[in-house]
Design a binder for this molecule. Structure first.
Ligand SMILES: C[S@@+](CC[C@H](N)C(=O)[O-])C[C@H]1O[C@@H](n2cnc3c(N)ncnc32)[C@H](O)[C@@H]1O
Length: 259
């Protein structure tokens, strides 16, 4: 799909990931806070039960509301900062053909297009609303228009487990917070098979995600990719894994396809 009749906005909007989970954290946090206040101001409770139940509810409310805020921060701030650092890993010539796997509203797609001169960035996605709020081909193209890169961007509806491109097609394959959405490990492996298949010899993949980075790095090493590197901040990783019970620690893996 190319940009036609795309509504121009003044600022790009790269959306909110896992909107159902964000809603859950805010709703559950608000309920816990409301019960906490009821317990706190109730005259029906004795002092000790009030302190015990109040403390537990206070901790639950703080955690749930904190997680909701943190998820918004991840979507709106952390990911944008990480995008530039990740794109800096690629030695751009400006002529590359780039694929963004699970492009959503176009965060990496548009970021890559801004580094191209004669090249082209193509994004594919299934536009699953539970993975990112209001993601669509039109939303990605609208962000491309806002950032002035319409001419260098294209989007297609496709499943990352069956990429509609011939082998050795792309110079660079990017993906941000998308592959983990595939639940079965065998299906994630199929997506990685596809990424490697469509990458040209000497081409580079930069795969950023919130979990499974070790799985991706092992896959690339086992499949003859060279220069396999993990890009993570050990302290941030440790803290995020601890507070999210291992479910959220964004970092990336990069690798090159052998010539
Ligand atoms: C959390 S969003 C991230 C979007 C974008 N890469 C970003 O960083 O803003 C994950 C995206 O992966 C897409 N997705 C999930 N499973 C997919 C699949 N099997 N094939 C293609 N896209 C998929 C979802 O529709 C969603 O847009």
């Amino acid at each position: 799909m190319r940009a036609k009749n795309v509504q121009i906005q003044t600022k790009p909007n790269y959306g909110i990931d896992a909107p159902g989970l964000v809603r859950f954290f805010f709703t559950a946090g608000a309920v816990a806070l409301a019960i906490f206040l009821v317990v706190l101001f109730s005259s029906l409770w004795g002092q000790i039960p009030k302190i015990v139940v109040g403390t537990l509810l206070g901790i639950a409310a703080t955690y749930l509301l904190g997680m909701g805020c943190f998820m918004l921060y991840g979507s709106k701030v952390m990911k944008l900062k990480d995008r530039d650092n990740l794109l800096n890993l690629v030695p751009w010539s400006g002529r590359e053909l780039v694929l963004d796997v699970g492009c959503g509203r176009g965060l990496m797609l548009v970021g890559a297009a801004k580094r191209l001169t004669t090249g082209k960035a193509i994004g594919i996605d299934l536009w699953q609303q539970h993975d990112q709020a209001n993601n669509s081909a039109a939303a990605a193209l609208s962000n491309a228009a806002t950032e002035g890169v319409t001419e260098r961007v294209e989007v297609k509806t496709a499943d990352m487990r069956q990429l509609p491109f011939s082998e050795n097609y792309f110079d660079v394959v990017l993906s941000s917070w998308a592959v983990h959405n595939i639940e079965a490990e065998t299906d994630r492996k199929t997506a990685l098979d596809e990424i490697v298949r469509v990458l040209k010899p000497n081409g580079m993949v930069v795969l950023s995600d919130i979990i499974y980075q070790a799985e991706y790095a092992h896959y690339f090493e086992r499949h003859g990719m060279t220069n396999v590197q993990r890009h993570n901040n050990a302290i941030r990783d440790l803290v995020l894994k601890a507070v999210t019970f291992g479910s959220f620690a964004p970092s990336a893996v990069s690798a090159c396809k052998s010539a």
